[in-house]
Design a protein around this ligand. Structure first.
Ligand code: LRH
Ligand code: MN
Length: 441
C-alpha cells in the first residue's frame, strides 16, 4: 500500500483509507450526533456552534514527542520512528490528518537542526503543517561546545557561558524567522542541588540580564515564552521555579514576554487552573505545554491521569476568552503539547491527547456560565459546583468526531491509523534508530 502525494498538500495517509474506516462507523456516529444534538438543545446549545468552534480550535505538536521517548534509565526504540526533522513533521501530518486539529509543530534546537530550513519550511507547508514556538536548549552540552552548562546557562556565574547561551537563543530566533514561527520558548534547567551552592538574587539578576539581550532582538510580532518548572534537573532550587518568578520576569522584560504553563511542572495538587486564571488576568498567559502526570514531570498523555484538572484548566481558558471578548483585549495563548512517549506509538498517544484536549475545551464551552455566576453570587455552593460537573460528565464524543470528519479526519483516529499500516510501512522504509541510552529523546 503506497503513500502517495495528492493535491490537498501531501495526504500522508491515503484519504480513501480514512473514508473506508469512517464508512463502517458513520451510521452509529450520526445517531450519536443526533442524540447529543437533542440533549444540548434542551440546555439551549446548538451543537453546530460547538462543531464550528472545534474546527477553529488547534493545538501544536512537540517534535520531540514524535520519537520514542526515554527516561534517565533507558530509551526503547520503536521500529519506524522518525530519524530526522523531516520524518518528524511527516508523522505530525498523520496526526493532523486523522485528528484534524494539530496543524502546527513546535521544534526544538539543536535536536531538529538541518542543513536547509527553506526546504523544511516548504515540505512542512505541503503537509499542511505550520510552526509553533521554537524551543531553545541550554540544558544539555553539545559535542564541541566551548563552555559547559553543568552549572547553568543564562544565569551562569561566568559571563562567557551566559553569552554562549544568549547566542544559542538568538540562533533559534533566526531559524524561527526562516520557518515562519512567531515565538521562542525558553526553559532552562539552571538551579542548584545544595543550599549555599548559588546566591538566589544574583542568579536571577544574571538570568534577566541575559534574557533582556534575547528580548531586545525579538521582532515586533514575536513572543518570548518563559517556562517555569519546580525542580529537575536541579533538585534544591530552580532559577525559574514557579509562576510567580515567571510573571515577575515577564513583567520586567516587557509586553512581548509572557508565561508558558507546562502542566507537569508543579508540585502535586497545586491548583494549576487558578494559576491560569491569574496569568490571564494580568495579560501574561502566553502558552501551554499540555501533558499529564501522577507524580513528577512525567510527560504522560494529556487527560490520561487527571482529565478533570484538564477540564478545569479549559474552564478558566474559556472564561478568560469570554472576558477578553467583553473587554476587547487580546487573548491568544499558544496551545501546545509536551509529552514523552516511552511505551506507546507516539502517533497513537498524540491522537488520544488531541482528543482529550479538544474534549476538555468543548466541555468547557457547554458550561452554563450565567447560571454558575448566579449561584456564585448566591453562594449556592453545590449548584455552582454542579454547573462544572454537569459539563464535565457530558459525553461530547460525537461532536468531536463530527469536527474531525468535516476536516477530513477519522471518526475513530486510532482505528484508521492502525488500518493504514503506516508505522509498519515506516519500519520497512526508515533507517532504524538503535541508540538505547537514557534521556528524554
Ligand atoms: C522541560 C520541558 C521543556 C522542554 C523539555 C523537552 O521539562 O518541559 O518544555 O524543553 O521539556
Ligand atoms: Mn515543557
Amino acid at each position: 500500500m503506497g503513500f502517495l502525494a495528492v493535491d490537498r498538500k501531501i495526504a500522508t495517509i491515503p484519504q480513501e483509507v480514512i473514508a473506508r474506516a469512517n464508512a463502517k462507523l458513520m451510521d452509529a456516529h450520526l445517531a450519536d450526533y443526533d442524540a447529543l444534538a437533542a440533549r444540548l438543545v434542551r440546555v439551549n446549545i446548538d451543537i453546530e456552534d460547538l462543531v464550528e468552534k472545534l474546527m477553529a480550535f488547534s493545538v501544536g505538536l512537540p517534535s520531540w514527542g514524535m520519537v520514542s521517548g526515554g527516561t534517565r534509565y533507558a530509551r526503547f526504540p520503536l521500529p519506524g520512528e522518525p530519524t530526522n526533522v523531516f520524518e518528524k513533521v511527516e508523522d505530525c501530518s498523520v496526526v493532523n490528518q486523522l485528528a484534524g486539529l494539530t496543524p502546527r509543530v513546535s521544534l526544538h534546537f539543536p535536536w531538529d537542526k538541518c542543513d536547509d530550513y527553506e526546504a523544511l519550511r516548504q515540505y512542512t507547508q505541503t503537509l499542511g503543517i505550520g510552526f509553533d514556538a521554537i524551543n531553545s536548549n541550554t540544558f544539555q552540552d553539545q559535542t564541541g561546545q566551548k563552555r559547559s552548562y553543568k552549572f547553568g546557562s543564562l544565569s551562569h556565574s561566568q559571563l562567557a557561558t551566559r553569552q554562549q547561551a544568549i547566542e544559542h537563543n538568538l540562533e533559534c530566533l533566526d531559524i524561527g524567522k526562516k520557518l515562519g514561527s512567531k515565538a521562542l520558548t525558553v526553559w532552562i534547567g539552571d538551579g542548584s542541588n545544595f543550599p549555599g551552592q548559588v546566591e538566589f538574587t544574583d542568579t536571577l539578576e544574571r538570568y534577566l540580564e541575559s534574557l533582556r539581550t534575547v528580548y531586545g532582538q525579538l521582532p515586533d510580532d514575536w513572543r518570548l515564552l518563559i517556562e517555569h518548572k519546580m525542580y529537575e534537573p536541579a533538585f534544591y532550587s530552580t532559577v525559574i521555579q514557579d509562576w510567580g518568578t515567571s510573571i515577575l520576569c515577564a513583567q520586567a522584560l516587557g509586553d512581548k514576554a509572557q508565561c508558558l504553563v507546562d502542566l507537569g511542572h508543579h508540585a502535586p495538587n497545586v491548583n494549576i487552573e487558578m494559576i491560569v486564571a491569574r496569568l490571564s488576568q494580568f495579560g501574561k498567559l502566553g502558552g501551554f505545554h499540555f501533558n499529564d502526570s501522577k507524580y513528577g514531570d512525567d510527560d504522560l498523555d494529556s487527560g490520561s491521569i487527571n482529565p478533570f484538572q484538564l477540564f478545569l484548566v479549559f474552564n478558566e481558558l474559556v472564561s478568560a476568552e469570554k472576558r477578553a471578548e467583553r473587554t476587547g483585549t487580546r487573548f491568544t495563548p499558544s496551545y501546545m503539547m509536551d509529552q514523552t512517549h516511552n511505551v506507546t506509538d507516539p502517533i497513537e498517544s498524540l491522537l488520544n491527547s488531541a482528543r482529550a484536549i479538544a474534549g476538555a475545551y468543548v466541555k468547557a464551552l457547554i458550561v452554563d456560565r450565567d447560571a454558575m455566576r448566579a449561584y456564585q453570587e448566591d453562594n449556592d455552593v453545590i449548584m455552582a459546583h454542579n454547573c462544572l460537573r454537569l459539563a464535565f460528565e457530558s459525553d461530547v464524543r460525537a461532536a468531536l468526531a463530527m469536527a474531525r470528519v468535516r476536516m477530513g479526519g477519522a471518526i475513530d483516529p486510532i482505528a484508521a491509523y492502525r488500518e493504514s499500516g503506516y508505522r509498519a510501512h515506516k519500519a520497512d522504509t526508515r533507517k532504524a534508530r538503535t541508540e538505547l541510552a537514557g534521556g528524554i529523546v
